[in-house]
Design a protein around this ligand. Sequence first.
Ligand code: GDP
Length: 375
Amino acid sequence: MEHPENSDEFKGLTVNSGVISPGSVNPYFRNHHAHRPNLSVQEYVDGIVKGNVTVLSQAVTLVESLKPEHQAIAQEVIEKCLPYAGNSVRIGISGVPGAGKSTSIDAFGLHVLKEGGKLAVLAIDPSSERTKGSILGDKTRMERLSVHPKAFIRPSPSAGSLGGVARKTRETIVLCEAAGFDKIFVETVGVGQSETAVHSMVDFFLLIQLAGTGDELQGIKRGIMEMADGIIINKADGDNAPKAELAASSFRNALHLFPPSESGWTPQVITYSGFYEYKIKEVWDMVWAYMDFVRQNGYFQYRRNEQAKYWMYESINESLRNGFYNNPEIAARLPEFEAQVLGGQQTSFAAAHKLLDLYYDRKTNSHSGGAQVGR
Ligand code: GDP
């Protein structure tokens, strides 16, 4: 049959009937297309609860997506997964680049998996905001774990503020736990703010340090040390072993000067070698001893409750902030106010108040159907 657009009405424009298009060029790619999130909320939840890692990955992609329609599904999935979550130990692992995080996590992961269960390795990488790529959680960095059938490795979410990235990682923890992962590692680089974020979502915070030139403690912020439940000095092998022991005693001395921790636990300092797998067991015996200790004295649940509260307020803060900065009128007028502050025509506080008034004014007006616009 002739195509209707071939009639005179469309003269000069001939539409051929075309050929049957071949199937997918490569079945591998076709499978990858199937990764596009198109399951129902219940299908996501069922898949996750059954421990289906493909579905879990897809759900995490939704959590990380900035699209409001993805976010809406993600939130429903998370809510439905919550009753299945919580049943894990969550361990934060931090250290500066080169401290040996990936080498250690590879070794730690294999060690904890020997006892059974499943391990998820997640990451919070504040630099990924700038580079739009993540340096942490990259599968190639953990050679043995990445091919382990009981391990799930996921790089850091890359978009948004540190708070936003951290929230996504926290939500991913819920999904992983619902999928039966009973051990969660959250990795981060030792730069300060991201430690606070990780600390707010884990049960145990492990700080990887290196032996330096005798002034180990100078470069490390007191706040980070105070967060640590355990400090482990890596690369205690070969010629470096005595230096690592020296570093350990200076950390122990420094820790004595800190006030007692809220948990009642005394942070321990252990030297080890991630690469040569020396004293890995000691490190984990410490972590498990801590877990027993805080489970018995009730601090485990207390800390989780405090974290739940913290995340409620964080979500409110984030939502308020986004509402404000994404408001088109505010976005349009911010540069003008900023210039006035810089030019000394307005104080920072006055400018902030005027912008907030403007924002709330417009919001009230839009809620009342615009009746007061132009008042
Ligand atoms: P990350 O940046 O913190 O993830 O650190 P990596 O795990 O990538 O390690 C940085 C470098 O230190 C690599 O060259 C590792 O081989 C080396 N390294 C890691 N752990 C050890 C260790 O226990 N002993 C020694 N000698 N080298 C190590």
